[in-house]
Design a protein around this ligand. Sequence first.
Ligand SMILES: Nc1ncnc2c1ncn2[C@@H]1O[C@H](COP(=O)(O)OP(=O)(O)OP(=O)(O)O)[C@@H](O)[C@H]1O
Ligand SMILES: [Mg+2]
Length: 215
Amino acid sequence: MAGKFISFEGPDGAGKTSVLQALLPQLQQHSQADVVLTREPGGARISEKIRDLILDPQNTEMDARTEALLYAASRRQHLVEKILPALAKGAVVVCDRFVDSSVAYQGAGRQIGEADVLAMNQFATAGVEPAVTVYLDVPAAVGLARIQAHRQATQYDRLDREQLDFHERVRAAYLRLAQAAPQRIITIDATQSLAQVVTECLTVLQKTLGPDWRD
Ligand SMILES: Nc1ncnc2c1ncn2[C@@H]1O[C@H](COP(=O)(O)OP(=O)(O)OP(=O)(O)O)[C@@H](O)[C@H]1O
Ligand SMILES: [Mg+2]
């Protein structure tokens, strides 16, 4: 792999998408190599079809393991069609969510087992892993409140206990992943202001790019 593969992770509302939007122009400015920002399913036709299947609100009977398998299948196609070719050309590829999301959401959130979900995803990725993962850490309630605050007043509903428990399990799994892989996963306190979070992420990216970062 000639390029650099970087993922951004965190619970719902942690700020992944906002931070990446703010980061992108700066990263493009400072990176010697091309920068490819992507998110799963990320522009691969088959991946998008799979994603539609997962997110279709009519698919209420979707089994948790079926869902996990579909996410992994979608990820595989996105990896092969988009991420690996960009890396082969030497690009910096930044992906909004990757395998850690499945471990946290399917493994811990839906409680089908973190180790099994990881093993299944290692089959899907054939072991391809981000060089660095920026983990934006927020308590579940903070992330969910941010999302709710930006919804229409009519859509506002109280966070129910079940929803909060699910997202707390997700966050706890992320913290376990970060503790288990401190070399790869850099944790950033995402309860700070967006500007502060962006600044800390830039420092991480500068370090990651090393000599490929130009001032
Ligand atoms: N550091 C911050 N402080 C306060 N609000 C923030 C911060 N970062 C993001 N937000 C706001 O929180 C909401 C969720 O942010 P965003 O969509 O970037 O999160 P996300 O991690 O991509 O969530 P999801 O996992 O649902 O895609 C947005 O309305 C955004 O403006
Ligand atoms: Mg997002």
